[in-house]
Design a protein around this ligand. Structure first.
Ligand SMILES: [Fe+2]
Length: 502
């Protein structure tokens, strides 16, 4: 698409943003008091209490084992953190201002620092000591949806290390640049004048040449946007896929030759929706659409219609042949975790009922027959936060790392680390115990090895009120952590992170 057409299609969008303009009233006041009341009965809600601080630095001690001598670097995590601002409380888990948590691994041990991501919105709401803007799932008569997408960003989903920048990603607007040393927010990452403020997804995919692909989903105008950014951080290409009704697309995949977008039948058909999520409607009688795009010619799109399912996160995709693609992901029956559970946990009313199954699935897509074969693993339990080894990107990867909840959910979250060996079909796992809730764990490649790795991640011990940082040997996950450190802070349960080696 040429520059003029791109600009024309998106003219006005930067101010229109992707949020509804007609907001209806819903009292926010009350959610905070009901949450605190529920917290007395459900201590695991500590993970969703949030912090009121803009900077966190706790005392962290190694309580088991030691840091491997060749594991040096920084583990960064992002997630919604300041759930309460003054007497207001965000109505949805995804809405609070983002905070970066950094765990630095050095010869001196582990050091922790957390800092509010200083987006325009987060700074304004902190200063005002109240919620000012509507969001993904929060709305109210006193709140505004006005301003640009970038002005509305809490910057709270994920982190990306690319071309020397550490970027905090949301999905409604542009990334924010984070100083990896001070954790200060240094401004908005502008890929170009045309794309600043446009939706930019939270899960970009790195290609074999180090370049980056990403998508964004835009409600108004209805479109999917493709981005291709070079290894040195220069926007190479943008491409628009017009939509009749925009699907919510949180993640996508690439292979060596293709881009794969799965568009569930969860589309923006309610222009009168109150919060952003209310614009979308789950239409389970409709198929999901798979778009397979030729990387060499973005106008070449093969479309397939499949049985509907919902997905947040994919693992890794790869070409099996010119007409077959393999990939894995966590399949959800529908998006009710997002539309119900992630709301109920914020007012404390969540009762332990998981609204939708989420299964680990290995998939095989045939472009000749236009069919998708799903190999579901329900015996592994509820799963999410899938990770794969970046060294095996775009090839048939051996391992999928997942958070799992094998025996029904007692608290809102996962307590089993699960490693699936896709070659043998065998799994290994480690249970952290019923008083801990796991956050996303990462596969961290060992230096000077082609396939060995550590597993690194955090968990909240809601009984002790501490956050645990653990390192596991990838080949011996079930032996438990080889290093465990305890931070004397109950960090808010977050979303995605990244490891940057020294
Ligand atoms: Fe995500």
């Amino acid at each position: 698409m040429d520059r003029r057409t791109f600009t024309k299609l998106f003219a006005g969008m930067i101010t229109a943003a992707s949020l509804p303009t007609q907001l209806q009233a819903k009292a926010l006041i009350g959610a905070q008091s009901s949450f605190f009341k529920a917290l007395e009965q459900k201590p695991w809600l500590l993970g969703y209490l949030g912090t009121t601080e803009s900077s966190l630095s706790g005392d962290i001690k190694i309580v088991h084992g030691k840091i491997p001598s060749d594991l040096r670097g920084n583990f960064f995590r992002n997630g919604p953190a300041n759930h309460n601002i003054g007497s207001d409380r965000f109505a949805h888990w995804f809405d609070a201002p983002g905070m970066v948590q950094r765990f630095a691994f050095s010869d001196a041990g582990v050091h922790h620092h957390g800092r509010l991501i200083e987006t325009k919105r987060n700074v304004a709401e902190t200063k005002a000591n109240r919620i000012l803007f509507s969001g993904f799932g929060t709305y109210g008569a006193e709140l505004t949806s006005g301003g640009s997408a970038n002005a509305l960003s809490p910057g709270n989903i994920s982190l990306l290390d690319h071309a020397g920048d550490l970027l905090a990603l949301w999905e409604g607007g542009s990334p924010h640049i984070i100083n990896p040393e001070t954790l200060e927010t240094e401004g908005i990452k502008s890929w170009s004048d045309e794309t600043i403020g446009l939706p930019f997804g939270a899960h970009p995919r790195k290609d074999q040449d180090g370049s980056l692909w990403n998508i964004g989903y835009s409600v108004n105008p209805a479109a999917l946007i493709l981005y291709h950014i070079s290894a040195d951080g220069v926007l190479q290409q943008t491409h628009i896929l017009p939509q009749t009704a925009t699907p919510m697309v949180h993640d996508f995949m690439i292979t060596a030759t293709k881009i794969i977008i799965v568009a569930p039948p969860y589309t923006a058909v309610n222009p009168e929706g109150k919060a952003f999520v209310d614009l979308f409607e789950w239409q389970n009688q409709q198929p999901a659409e798979v778009m397979v795009i030729d990387k060499a010619d973005l106008n070449s799109v093969v479309k397939l219609e499949i049985e509907p399912f919902w997905v947040y996160h994919f693992g890794n995709a790869y070409d099996i042949s010119s007409s077959e693609i393999g990939f894995d992901f966590a399949l959800h029956d529908d998006p009710t975790f997002m539309t119900q559970d992630a709301v109920a946990v914020m007012d404390g009313s969540w009762d332990g009922t998981v609204s939708a199954a989420s299964l680990y699935v290995q998939a095989r897509l045939n472009l000749n027959t236009k069919t998708l074969h799903l190999d579901k693993r329900p015996e592994l339990g509820q799963v999410e936060f899938i990770q794969t080894d970046a060294r095996q990107n775009l090839s048939a990867h051996q391992y999928a790392l997942l958070l799992a909840q094998p025996e029904g959910v007692e608290g809102f979250g996962f307590d089993r680390l699960l490693l699936v060996d896709r070659t043998s079909g065998l799994t290994s796992s480690f249970d952290v115990g019923k008083t801990e809730i796991l956050e996303e764990h990462l596969i961290v490649p060992k230096p000077n090895s082609v396939d060995a790795f550590w597993v690194i991640g955090t968990s909240l011990d809601w009984q002790k009120g501490t956050t645990h940082l653990s390192v596991y040997e990838g080949a011996h996950l079930s032996d438990g952590p080889i290093m465990k450190a305890e931070l004397d802070l109950a960090l808010p349960l977050g979303l995605h992170g990244t490891w940057i080696p020294l």
